[in-house]
Design a protein around this ligand. Structure first.
Ligand SMILES: N=C(N)NCCC[C@H](NC(=O)CCC(=O)O)C(=O)O
Length: 456
């Protein structure tokens, strides 16, 4: 590493798929989730697919980290809902009386760490600290129970108060529905001696206004992120208003299954890669971004509806690719395997890499286990920008390297089931298996006690 303390890097922190990965059809508006309800899940394979992607990005010379999963089934929440007795009894009773509630309390949905939080690098905040706000994920019950543990895990990763500021999640309820970085992108001119550490432009995309019914909103599916929530996060992170752009998602595409902005656009450096139908007032959005961007050139790579329909974008998850700057300065798309099986998308990507845009490479990854619940490569990662001082100050055990990759693979091999169905969630031994695994994981990642079962 260079010795320039201002030099900053983008890390991808991927969510480790938890031992209870299953398909419960919990997310209305997320087409993959509802259409794969009750399929047989493969937790071991899912976790290994995720680890392979992390290792591959590490091997490409990118900075990679890992975020631990939740304790599931969430016995503490089941108790709040009136199930009593020993932990095993709580699960048996919930399975009998309210199997859907048990499924919601057993979801491994924290794997999609794009939704874990929104962060702001120290170069952009008034107090020059790195800020984190866990997403309240208020729109979906199974996700609304993630933020407390997410907050504790982030604090265990970024403990030093001289550098890191942690906020609680926004108030619960639809008005301040916040989905984290799935609806937030930071643009920055990476061609400076600070890399990602130059002051960046924060782009917040919301689905609706919570306090103004006269504004456009989707009709069929929920808008999970509100304008008011995006504004609150920008305030909490002490961002300079000149460095912030807010934009509304196109309500029609939300109704077609684009439940987060990262299903229809992705940004990196000075590039926005977006579908033609991504935003309301799309041209104005581009103008606002071009005007606010502090750098030589801002590129919009827009995919026309005639080339890739919204339906094909949702099916292939083209825009849920990661857009990354490789060490040689070139930009690559890290795309899910499904982009190869949707003909229009494959054709588009083959064409794109020969055009004169900053995107010059496509790398395909198999994350099918996650994809079947509506989570592509970009859902699986939280981007965190850190300078050299902050990298030294953080928990070193969560940074991916060859040893950690081997350790985590062995850990998955030891603790995870090959298959899991909704019926299996009624088995109390799944809870014990999961706790045993997570207890070991907190030692591997040096997290201390972050889970409710470790705090009693
Ligand atoms: N786009 C981003 N950034 N994240 C994708 C999240 C997928 C997740 N799926 C689920 O929670 C499905 C769980 C189930 O049905 O079993 C969700 O809808 O919140």
């Amino acid at each position: 590493m260079s010795t320039n303390k201002n030099m900053a890097y983008e890390f991808n922190f991927d969510g480790l798929v938890g031992p209870t990965h299953n398909y419960a059809g919990l997310s209305l508006g997320n087409v993959a989730s509802t259409s794969n309800a009750n399929s047989i899940a493969k937790p071991k394979e899912a976790a290994k697919q995720g680890l392979q992607k992390m290792k591959a990005l590490h091997d490409l010379g990118l900075k990679q980290g890992v975020i631990a999963p939740m304790e599931r089934p969430d016995v503490a929440t089941l108790r709040r809902l009136g199930f009593t007795g020993s932990d095993a009894q709580v699960i048996i009773k919930a399975a009998k009386q309210a199997p859907k509630v048990l499924a919601a309390c057993s979801s491994a949905s924290s794997m999609w760490t794009a939704n874990a939080c929104t962060m702001a690098p120290s170069s952009d905040t008034a107090d020059e600290k790195v800020h984190f706000t866990p997403a309240n994920l208020a729109n979906k019950f199974h996700r609304s129970i993630e933020h407390n543990t997410t907050g504790r895990i982030l604090q265990a990763m970024f403990k030093d108060e001289n550098h890191f500021a942690h906020h609680p999640a926004l108030p619960m309820g639809d008005h301040f529905g916040d989905e984290g970085a799935a609806n937030h992108t930071r643009f920055v001119d990476v061609n400076s001696d600070k890399g990602y550490g130059k002051k960046g432009l924060h782009f917040f995309v919301y689905g609706k206004y919570a306090f103004d019914d006269s504004k456009p909103a989707p009709h069929k599916f929920p808008a999970r992120q509100t304008y008011e929530a995006s504004q609150a996060v920008a305030r909490l992170h002490m961002l300079d208003s000149d460095n912030v752009v807010f934009a509304q998602q196109n309500p029609h595409v939300i109704d077609k299954g684009v439940f987060h902005n990262d299903v229809i656009s992705v940004g990196n450096g000075n590039v926005l890669f977006a579908h033609q139908k991504a935003f309301l007032n799309q041209m104005q959005v581009y103008t606002d971004l071009e005007r606010a961007f502090d750098g030589e050139e801002f590129h919009v790579v827009e995919v026309g509806n005639n080339d890739v329909s919204v339906e094909d974008a949702v099916k292939s998850y083209l825009f849920n690719s990661q857009l990354v700057t490789l060490p040689d300065g070139k930009m690559a798309i890290i795309a899910p395997g499904e982009c190869e099986s949707v003909p229009a998308v494959k054709e588009y990507l083959d064409w794109l890499v020969d055009q004169d845009t900053p995107i010059t490479e496509v790398k395909i990854f198999d994350v099918k286990q996650s994809m079947q619940n509506g989570g592509g490569p970009a859902c699986l990662r939280q981007r965190i920008v850190l300078n050299e001082t902050e990298v030294s100050a953080m928990n070193q055990n969560v940074i991916m390297n060859d040893d950690l990759f081997a350790t985590l693979n062995a850990w998955v091999e030891k603790h995870y089931r090959d298959t899991l169905t909704e019926d299996d969630l009624a088995d109390p031994s799944l809870l014990n298996e999961s706790r045993l695994a997570l207890d070991e994981l907190t030692h591997i990642l040096n997290l201390g006690s972050v889970y409710p079962f470790q705090m009693v």
